[in-house]
Design a protein around this ligand. Sequence first.
Ligand code: ZN
Ligand code: ZN
Length: 115
Amino acid sequence: MKCEICGKEYAGYNGFSQHVSRHLPHQEYYDQYLKTEEEGYCKHCGKPTNFKSLKLGYADFCPTTCAVQYSNTHQSEDQKRDRAAKVRQTDLDKYGVENVFQIDSIKETCKNSIL
Ligand SMILES: [Zn+2]
Ligand SMILES: [Zn+2]
């Protein structure tokens, strides 16, 4: 890691962060030299987020609320998929075709392995 202000190189993060704080507060250094354009805004609602550290940068979401809402959105998509899978399973149970075949083939395998 290299200090963008004086050019001093650091192998470890701890030495680097201590060094940077001699020039500027971490957030100011981060804003000037490390921050990307889309960083620092909530991925859910677009409001500015909190600065975490020189290493981690800005939070991806507003504290608690948006992170939870964002993960709920993704979870509900998974749940939809689960429900679709269950409907398919119910059809199989109704007709039972595939299940019967499976049981027969398992029995067959057992017989063969005993003999
Ligand atoms: Zn420096
Ligand atoms: Zn938010």
